[in-house]
Design a protein around this ligand. Structure first.
Ligand SMILES: Nc1nc2c(c(=O)[nH]1)N[C@H]1C(S)=C(S)[C@@H](COP(=O)(O)O)O[C@H]1N2
Ligand SMILES: [Mo]
Length: 324
């Protein structure tokens, strides 16, 4: 049994309402892993001492010359502290505070990304070279987690489509598959089989090319904190947060729909499309409302997380209950 340890005064009221949901998600994973015969959970040791140090914006290199975007929301962003201390990044543990506590072990420099599959110019490219030709944009987006909480985050990034075009996708490129770094020596959560590592995600090619989809390299005008998926992560703001895969090392353009981690672990709960949809409940909870971190009352969840105008056409004629 995993025991959740808290210091006195550590309970944040904003966590209370969705903690039940979150624990249920983790419980499910535990039972799934145990049923699968993984002895990993038995090996879970005593909780390690927490690393109290809080990240401040000044700890991170500033990004300059940022271009504002018409796609940004004018809603107030969540605080830097919310964005960097309440995270899902199972490679560092399943508690919301684990990534902030443990992600400092991730080595993000040097970093390179392999771009392969259905492209005319495949290769392994250093992060600097991947970014060099592009202007960095600030994109203030809503992020809606499948666990029914949300935030507003000022990302810094580049449209994914602009990057992919440089590698010249072939006419056979129908999907894009992404993979997170696999390195248990740096990612302590990967020593336990909570998911089938490495974390994988995927998009249809038209979703990848949609101008809302970005590869983020920063937030709040600074390079990405490790807990948010440094040095390079995907952001797809109209989909549940689990699609926005962190710490990407591989991008593969494919003919077939790729396998994706959450869909493989619980296909009836986490679809490939994972478009935010208040009309389709998660089998174990409603998706009609959400709790914006920092707010007390729940607010209604919007179709496509409020981005329907830009993306609903991508799904014309599709049954969004079946393709959830
Ligand atoms: N590699 C990887 N990417 C991931 C996750 C993860 O556990 N591992 N969690 C996802 C989930 S469920 C959410 S809600 C978002 C959270 O992003 P944030 O911590 O930057 O807010 O990251 C997504 N990307
Ligand atoms: Mo999530």
């Amino acid at each position: 049994m995993l025991i959740r340890v808290r210091r006195p005064g550590d309970i944040d009221p904003r966590e209370i309402t969705d903690e039940g949901l979150y624990l249920r998600r983790r419980e499910f994973l535990r039972s799934a892993a145990l049923a699968g015969g993984a002895a990993a959970f038995a090996a879970a040791g005593a909780p390690t001492a927490s690393r109290a140090a809080r990240l401040a914006p000044g700890d991170l290199a500033a990004l300059t010359g940022l271009v504002p975007s018409p796609f940004s929301t004018d809603e107030s962003p969540n605080s830097f502290e919310d964005v960097t201390s309440y995270n899902n990044f199972y490679e560092f543990g399943t508690d919301k505070e684990d990534p902030a506590r443990h992600a400092h072990t991730l080595v993000t420099d040097p970093w390179s990304v392999s771009i392969r599959g259905e492209v005319e110019r495949p290769g392994e490219i250093a992060l600097e070279d991947l970014l060099k030709p592009h202007a960095l944009e600030e994109r203030v987006y809503r992020l809606r987690c499948v666990e029914a909480w949300s935030m507003v985050i000022p990302w810094v990034g580049i449209p994914l489509g602009d990057i992919l075009r440089r590698f010249e996708p072939t006419s056979h490129a129908k999907y894009v598959a992404f993979r997170t770094l696999y390195k248990p020596s740096q990612m302590r959560g990967q020593r336990r089989r909570v998911l089938d590592w490495p974390y994988r995600e995927g998009l249809r090619i038209d979703e990848a090319m949609n101008p809302l989809t970005i590869l983020a390299v920063g937030l709040y005008g600074r390079v990405l904190p490790s807990q948010n998926g440094a040095p390079l992560r995907l952001i797809v703001p109209w989909k549940y947060g689990f699609k926005s895969i962190k710490s990407i090392v591989s991008i593969e353009l494919t003919r077939r729909r790729p396998a994706t981690s959450w869909n493989v672990s619980a296909p009836r709960e986490y679809g490939f499309y994972a478009n935010v949809n208040p009309e389709v409940d998660h089998p174990r909870w409603s998706q009609k409302r959400e709790r914006r971190i920092g707010e007390f009352r729940r607010r209604p969840t919007l179709p496509f997380n409020g981005y329907a105008e830009s993306v609903a056409d991508l799904y014309a004629g599709m049954n969004l209950r079946k393709n959830f």
